[in-house]
Design a protein around this ligand. Structure first.
Ligand SMILES: *Cc1c(COP(=O)(O)O)cnc(C)c1O
Length: 341
């Protein structure tokens, strides 16, 4: 298979139209067979549920080329089950989890020419999503839905290495207590846009959201979970019902315990504890781990001992181990790597 003529090393993180996308429609209580299609555009009624009441959920994962030349993706079964959880919370029908994985395999195979070569640092980002498609004007769930997935090649998240981030404590909340913070839905992102635009304007890379009820505990950023390393080398990550359960974070917990022999604590993390940690990072599919150098709470700075120039040593080890597993350089736990071709 001939690769597309793209400048792999200099791709950004943006949309590039590829050859095929996967579409399946839900009508009269059942999903159709689904198919790969050429048309990148969707035509919907002006009153479609997704436009009126934001009934839409999504996923994000990556396909990439391993050291031995296979195209694989990482734990797509977890994306399937998380999309199912998200759909249930928004009263949408579940797209069957085995069909989700099959659709991703078919989709990536059909766009194999867009999967960046091993060592380029670039990957093929896969975006599955679902939306209510029939007209809805009274507030209720739609009756008809579309499941869709497309791919787009994306460059290395950090060009020229991962520089530690400066994060501010946001005055806005990301999720309500007993709300929808734990699902991957566009509605959680729409309301975060103002907070991130103003954070950037004020010179910060990201927002740290605190728990909305007491504002004393660390939750996450707009799109990544937090991990912390204590001075005695423990892995600590916040636990809360309103945090999105990151697959990267769950994988890192396993890597920390079973590959690096670290003690792992998944628990409530109070903001007041942060000053005692040795290293901090953000984790998610896009960057795997981004180191955090500084957290600013209304002018009061918490500077991690790992500094502002590079990843701390423990986070670096976690990063190298997880990316090594993903790229096929380190043996993966059973079922983590889905070989596509
Ligand atoms: C997608 C997402 C993450 C990261 O999850 P991964 O499965 O690791 O990519 C973290 N927080 C939020 C709010 C997200 O939407």
């Amino acid at each position: 298979m001939e690769k597309k003529d793209l400048d792999w090393a200099n791709l950004g993180f943006g949309y590039i139209k590829t050859d095929k996308r996967y579409v399946s429609n839900y009508k009269n209580g059942a999903w159709d067979d689904g198919a790969l299609v050429d048309d990148a555009n969707i035509v919907l009624n002006e009153c479609a549920g997704v436009f009126q009441y934001a009934q839409t959920v999504f996923e994000g994962l990556k396909a990439y080329t391993t050291e031995d030349g296979h195209i694989v993706c990482f734990r797509p079964d977890l994306n399937a089950s998380r999309l199912a959880d998200s759909a249930r919370r928004l009263e949408m029908p579940v797209f069957p989890e085995d069909r989700f994985v099959d659709a991703i395999v078919e989709l990536v195979k059909a766009n194999a020419a867009y999967v960046p070569p091993y060592g380029s640092g670039a990957t093929l980002y896969v975006r599955p999503y679902m939306m209510g498609t029939n007209p809805v004007i009274g507030v209720k769930p739609a009756d008809e839905y579309q499941f869709r997935a497309f791919v787009t090649p994306v460059g290395p998240y950090f060009k020229g290495g991962a520089k530690p981030l400066t994060i501010r404590v946001s005055d806005f909340d990301r999720a309500a207590p007993n709300g929808t913070g734990m699902i991957k839905a566009g509605l959680n992102y729409a309301m975060s846009l103002h907070a991130i635009v103003t954070a950037h304007a004020d010179g910060y890379d990201e927002n740290m959201y605190l728990d909305p009820k007491t504002r004393t505990k660390v939750e996450e950023t707009g799109g990544a979970n937090f991990i912390f390393i204590t001075k005695d080398g423990k892995f600590v990550t916040p636990k809360s019902d309103s945090i999105l359960p990151s697959i990267t974070r769950r994988s890192l917990m396993y890597v920390a315990e079973h590959y690096l022999g670290m003690e792992v604590e998944h628990r409530e993390v109070y903001f007041d504890e942060l000053k005692d940690f040795a290293e901090a990072g953000l984790c998610g599919t896009a960057a795997v781990i981004s180191p955090v150098g500084k957290i600013v709470d209304h002018g009061k700075e918490i500077c991690f001992p790992s500094g502002m120039t590079e990843m701390g040593p423990v986070i670096k080890k976690l990063y190298d181990t997880l990316t090594g597993i993903q790229m096929g350089r380190i043996e993966a736990p059973e079922g983590w790597i889905k070989t596509i071709c």
